[in-house]
Ligand binder design. Structure first.
Ligand SMILES: [Zn+2]
Ligand SMILES: [Zn+2]
Length: 325
């Protein structure tokens, strides 16, 4: 058993898979994440979203409608003649700040800081340029990693969670490939979290599900899609492929150090879901920090001054539309 991964019992593992799906159904779509990212960076107009990412009008309308119906964004009239709308984050959408800064931070560490030129996090009044937050335990303030967290979930709540598969399985997104002509700042993150299946496979890895057959059984993904997704995840440096010790024929897919770094994004997603997704509010995942033994939530701190980062004291900055083209 790898010492790099979190520990939990089997019941909790299935609850974690289900909880992950509830988040994925809302967030794990490439366009949705890009729209949310630019909304956090201050875009409010339909044309800003469209021109920044090169989204077709039809696709953008459908994503904005979904974001509205999920309560993440709200549409407001800012001009009556002609009628014009602007789109704004609700508190539920604003609360995704932690998820997005974990994604930005992970991407910067994965690509050696290149993505800083396209998107960066600034801590207002602290320093000029990009900062790179670290995640900490809210109880003791020490850093949190995949190897020092335990999960629990209460049993009665567990039974209320949806079974694996069902509606989710039918919703493999058709828009999983993005435009190649428009540079986007979170290339590797989007290749994982812009696609429900990749997200699901990565989540399996944190539950120590690592062979092709096991992943297939846990997720119900068809073998050709699974093979394709695993190849991409190996190419992106998230997994390394090892031949299985038991029979030497099948492959094990193990998280690399870069892959284990995705844990911060997963924790931020769960924290958001436990607070904002109806089904999760009554069945939150309880995280215990092994180092201090206490229940905690994750907090992001500035690497320059150690302050806690919030939407009110920091901002996400995207390169301007002109630079991005
Ligand atoms: Zn702690
Ligand atoms: Zn700072």
């Amino acid at each position: 058993m790898s010492s790099h991964l979190p520990t939990f019992d089997l019941g909790t593992a299935s609850a974690i898979m289900a909880a992950g799906r509830q988040v994925a159904d809302v967030l794990c779509d490439r366009w949705t994440l890009l729209i949310l990212l630019s909304a956090h960076a201050g875009d409010t107009c339909f044309s800003d979203f469209r021109d920044r990412w090169g989204i077709s009008n039809r696709m953008l309308s459908s994503r904005l409608k979904a974001l509205e119906s999920q309560g993440l964004m709200v549409k407001m009239v800012y001009s009556r003649r002609p009628i014009r709308h602007s789109y704004h984050l609700t508190p539920k959408g604003t609360a995704l700040f932690d998820v997005l800064i974990c994604m930005i931070n992970w991407e910067a560490s994965a690509d050696g800081g290149k993505s800083d030129q396209l998107v960066r996090i600034e801590h207002l009044g602290c320093s000029h340029g990009a900062i790179h937050p670290s995640i900490h335990c809210s109880a003791c303030n020490e850093p949190v990693t995949a190897s020092n967290v335990d999960f629990t979930i209460n049993n009665s709540a567990q039974q209320e969670l949806p079974q694996w598969g069902t509606a989710y399985r039918r919703s493999e997104p058709r828009s999983s490939t993005g435009p190649s002509t428009h540079p986007h700042p979170l290339e590797i993150v989007l290749s994982i979290y812009g696609n429900k299946w990749s997200n699901e496979i990565v989540r399996c890895a944190f539950l120590r599900v690592s062979t092709f057959g096991e992943i297939q059984r846990h997720t119900g993904i068809s073998t050709n899609i699974l093979a394709d997704r695993l190849t991409r995840l190996v190419d992106a440096g998230i997994f390394r492929q090892e031949s299985s010790k038991s029979d030497g024929r099948s492959s094990n897919y193990k998280l690399t150090a870069r892959g284990r770094g995705l844990f911060s994004i997963i924790l931020a997603m769960w924290a958001w879901a436990d607070r904002w997704i109806e089904e999760r509010i009554h069945a939150p995942l309880r995280l215990t920090h092994q180092d201090c033994g206490k229940t905690f939530h994750v907090i992001s701190r500035c690497n320059q001054c150690s302050d806690i980062l919030k939407p009110s004291n920091s901002r996400i900055v995207l390169s301007s539309l002109d630079e991005a083209h």
